[in-house]
Design a protein around this ligand. Structure first.
Ligand SMILES: Nc1ncnc2c1ncn2[C@@H]1O[C@H](COP(=O)(O)OP(=O)(O)OP(=O)(O)O)[C@@H](O)[C@H]1O
Ligand SMILES: Nc1nc2c(ncn2[C@@H]2O[C@H](COP(=O)(O)O)[C@@H](O)[C@H]2O)c(=O)[nH]1
Length: 203
């Protein structure tokens, strides 16, 4: 069976990754969404196994030792990681898998899965990015400042991504991401086999 596509969506805190993923979940029910593990405390309304698997630092470090994570990163004082088995089994079963992760982790995934599709979500402006993270009302001022400082570093790594998608409007951002996935399927399933065949014929 043809393996599924691995799509990695990242970008600075507050750009709207979670919001766009939730909108995608409603529209693209054939996509598989990986649920991450974190040592961050749950925010109000967050549910174990739905938003994240919430674990202690000791439990997380045990998962690292056992090789249970595809990638992990320490981000503004907490660990975040992607469970390896779920992603690998889903890809093997031919499902397209979407990871919503920060930039250090995305670059680690790129080393292991160079054929993945790396999408960087960008804000309309830096001031709008701050407005969004402040407006969400979930972080302290100190955490917002740290996340904004990290955002500046993250934006400089956009060159390592295959696509930049602006999240000006949620629906428009979803459309762009879905178009990328369709195009990548066409490339993988149609163009590459043709190219391979033509190259074999010329030889
Ligand atoms: N296109 C948009 N226009 C206006 N507001 C938006 C848009 N997308 C998201 N938001 C708002 O911005 C805030 C941050 O969004 P969200 O939590 O999805 O960001 P995130 O990138 O997942 O952040 P983090 O990395 O911190 O988890 C939310 O309050 C959300 O409602
Ligand atoms: N490297 C990873 N980053 C992840 C993962 N799951 C989420 N994240 C990213 O962490 C930050 C902060 O998230 P928050 O929920 O505390 O706002 C954000 O950029 C997420 O995308 C993961 O498994 N690995």
């Amino acid at each position: 069976m043809e393996k599924g596509l691995l799509i990695v969506l990242s970008g600075p805190s507050g750009v709207g990754k979670g919001t766009v993923c939730s909108a995608l979940r409603k529209r693209a029910t054939d996509l598989t969404y990986s649920i991450s593990v974190t040592t961050r405390k749950p925010r109000e309304g967050e549910v174990e196994g739905v938003n994240y698997f919430f674990r202690s630092r000791e439990q997380f470090e045990e998962m690292i030792r056992k090789g249970e994570l595809l990638e992990y990163a320490e981000y503004v004082g907490n660990y975040y990681g992607t469970p390896a088995n779920f992603v690998q089994q889903s890809l093997e079963a031919g499902k397209d898998v979407l990871l919503e992760i920060e930039v250090q982790g995305a670059l680690k995934v790129k080393e292991r899965f160079p054929d993945g599709i790396f999408v960087f979500l960008t804000p309309p402006s830096i001031s709008e990015l701050r407005n969004r993270i402040v407006g969400r009302g979930t972080e302290s001022k100190d955490t917002i400042d740290k996340r904004m400082d990290t955002a500046v570093e993250e934006l400089s790594l956009i060159k390592h991504y295959d696509y930049a998608v602006e999240n000006d409007q949620i629906d428009a951002a979803c459309e762009r991401i879905l178009s990328i996935i369709v195009a990548e399927h066409c490339r993988k399933e149609r163009v590459l086999p043709y190219l391979t065949k033509w190259i074999e014929e010329v030889r």
